[in-house]
Design a protein around this ligand. Sequence first.
Ligand code: SF4
Length: 311
Amino acid sequence: METSTEDGAPPDAAVDASVKTAMESATETVPTAIPPASLSPSRASDFMQCPLLYRFRVIDRLPEKPSEAATRGTLVHAVLERLFDAPAAERTAPRAKSLIPGQWDRLRETRPEVLELFADDPQGERLARWLGEAERLVERWFTLEDPSRLEPAERELFVEAELESGLRLRGIIDRVDVAPTGEVRIVDYKTGKAPRPEYSEGALFQMKFYALVVWRLKNVVPRRLQLVYLGSGEVLTYDPVLADLERIERKLLALWEAIRRATETGDWRPRPTKLCGWCDHQAHCPEFGGTPPPYPLPLPRRDTAAAGEGA
Ligand code: SF4
């Protein structure tokens, strides 16, 4: 797992999780604590990174501050999605860049908390630099793919499938392309840099998760999984086979069992890593001298005391 960056920016895994969290939150309307009922790639990654982080995000639903990197990711995703509204011949880099101000206005309307990001920037200099970086990411996309030659079958597709065990998997796929032969390609945009080869398995986890959902929904194994890294101008592809999807299903079932046990016992262990530096919840984390909020779900009587200690 990538744990740090040279320039002090949040690592791409943290940015990706925040971008997907913002997209997924738009589909959720659950204001109070209830036991988790489904799993998304972002939340599965949270649990693997730190069970206590998962608890704070999924069960306590503690608020998190927007970050410049994650908000820029959300903005760029919106621009790439909306560009396909235009006729193929008009899907140019200047056209895409011209969508940025409108999509930024829309983001401020739908998520007013992003205004905090530039509250201390009265001259707008930092905002201008930030928007300039969003432009560069959008421009770079045109060196990696040619949207005038693509006709996505789906964009920002919400998918949900129930496994035989009852586990519901859900997520949002940035783009689905379907060839005339019926072959399916799942595409995800990343505004960060491509991972080093030894970390590519972590990056592909999310894509295999989506492939499993598509397989379970449509009974089709996607032909290709494609990660488009706008930060470094690279494309990572993987052609899954059925055994990959069966393996990821087993992994998710084991993960879900661990989540179910923690939910029942209230035993959510912190797992500190360098990623803690980008965690919004240090004030509630015992690793940093904090105390978690009272556990909001019912606990078996004998476990109540242990839960307070464990978290
Ligand atoms: S600060 Fe680190 S250990 Fe604590 S909840 Fe956040 S990610 Fe987990």
